[in-house]
Structures are given as structure tokens and as C-alpha cells.
Design a protein around this ligand. Structure first.
Ligand code: MD3
Ligand code: FE
Length: 216
């Protein structure tokens, strides 16, 4: 059955410790998949996915939108957080409670209590899209962890070190997996390899990743 390939629904949720401060919570979001997708649809209805431009002038293959009091944006002027959606010049949609609560429970399960994210970046990958190795360092303080939720098609992520040249380890992120990284792992280089083609039972030919951050 298709769902088995993608969801590993026969496996119980479990925690894999990847590095100090980094934990992979396999299947953590699976039980809430429908509520999460409905909340994402509501955000996207008000703030549609768009392909933003890097400061260097390249259009990103990943389409993005945001919810919360701050949204991550990039254009020729640089990377930053903005209270407004530049496409609408209106505030980003509020972060739906079902999303915020999931991120808080996942952070707690990985050992980070009192996580209070103000930004949720929503990334959409279609086959062929990728995200090059980078650090998340546009946030104001690096004490808070980052929580990422993967939905839809599986992707291979790269977990590197503190230097761009450190050889990354590879892990597959599947539908419902939640990755939490903070503490000594907060500034590690990471990326996502080119998404392979496939068809997910709920999401079709795409992968959606939610990234919760304390930005401001
Ligand atoms: C942490 N997004 O939006 S999140 C980003 O899947 C971003 O869309 C990716 O990086 C995505 O800034 C990755 C999951 C992830 C993957 C690799 C990591 C988190 C990681 C490696 C080290 C630390
Ligand atoms: Fe990142």
C-alpha cells in the first residue's frame, strides 16, 4: 500500500538523538495531519506561496509563505524577518493554534521547555526543488531551538557541522517527522537534497515543511 512507503504508519513514534541539542521525532505530527493541513490551507489562502529572490539575484526553487507576527523574507536587499507580507503589504496571517501547540509539544519532547515561536515559515517543495547548505542565523537570539515539521513526499536532509566544509550526514525526513535543533546544534549547516518525484496519498507531488522559530 502506498501509505506504507511514505508514512511508516506501522511504526510507533520514536525519538532519535542526532547530535547534542538535535532530535528527530519520527511520526510525531502524524496523528494531526488533517488539522495541520487545514491550518496550512487557511494561511495559504491569505498569503499564497511565492518564489522569492535571494540577495544574489537567484529565484528560490522552494516556494514559501509565513504565518505569525514575523515572516522570513528575502529579496535583493537581503534576508530578514518582516511583520508584513511584502506581496500584500498586510501583516502575515496569525499562527494557527494547532501549529503553535504542535511546535511547543515537540520542543518539550526534545528537552526545550517554554518554546514560544513567533514565526512559522512554510516551505513547499515540488520534485526538483532543493535547499542549499546554510545556517539559520537571521534570528535575534540563538537560545531558542528551531522546530521543523515535514509533510508529504520524503526528502533527504543534510546535517553538517559548524563549518560549511564539514561533511554532512544524511537523513530521510518523512511525512509526520518533526526535527528539533537547539543548543550546540542551533547553528549547524543544513540543507535539503533535490526532491525526488513521487505521489503522496494526502499531498500529491509535493513536500511541505513548517519551520517554527523565535525570530524577534
Ligand atoms: C537542523 N528548511 O527553512 S528544516 C529552512 O526542510 C530550512 O525545508 C529545511 O532549512 C526544509 O531554513 C530544513 C529540517 C532540518 C533539516 C536539516 C537540519 C533541520 C536541520 C540540519 C541541521 C540542523
Ligand atoms: Fe534552515
Amino acid at each position: 500500500m502506498m501509505a506504507d512507503l511514505f508514512d511508516h504508519f506501522d511504526e510507533p513514534p520514536r525519538r532519535e538523538d542526532i547530535a547534542p541539542g538535535a532530535a528527530l521525532l519520527r511520526g510525531f505530527a502524524r496523528a494531526e495531519e488533517r488539522e495541520l493541513l487545514a491550518a496550512i490551507d487557511a494561511v495559504v489562502a491569505r498569503a499564497p506561496f511565492r518564489h522569492m529572490m535571494t540577495p544574489g539575484g537567484h529565484t528560490m526553487s522552494v516556494a514559501m509563505t509565513s504565518c505569525g507576527t514575523a515572516g522570513w523574507v528575502t529579496d535583493r536587499r537581503g534576508y530578514r524577518y518582516s511583520p508584513d507580507d511584502p506581496e500584500s503589504a498586510r501583516p502575515w496571517p496569525e499562527m494557527p493554534a494547532v501549529l503553535r501547540h504542535l511546535a511547543q509539544r515537540a520542543a518539550a519532547a526534545a528537552g526545550f521547555t517554554n518554546f514560544d515561536p513567533d514565526a512559522c515559515l512554510i516551505n513547499r517543495y515540488v520534485p526538483g526543488a532543493k535547499m542549499a547548505l546554510h545556517q539559520d542565523k537571521d534570528e535575534r537570539d540563538f537560545d531558542a531551538p528551531i522546530v521543523s515539521v515535514s509533510l508529504g513526499l520524503p526528502a533527504v536532509f543534510q546535517f553538517g557541522g559548524m563549518a560549511r566544509g564539514d561533511k554532512p550526514r544524511r537523513y530521510e525526513l518523512r511525512h509526520g517527522d518533526v526535527f528539533v535543533w537547539g543548543g550546540p546544534s542551533r547553528l549547524v549547516y543544513h540543507g535539503v537534497l533535490t526532491l525526488k518525484d513521487g505521489e503522496h496519498p494526502l499531498l500529491g507531488r509535493q513536500r511541505i515543511n513548517l519551520t517554527f522559530r523565535k525570530a524577534l
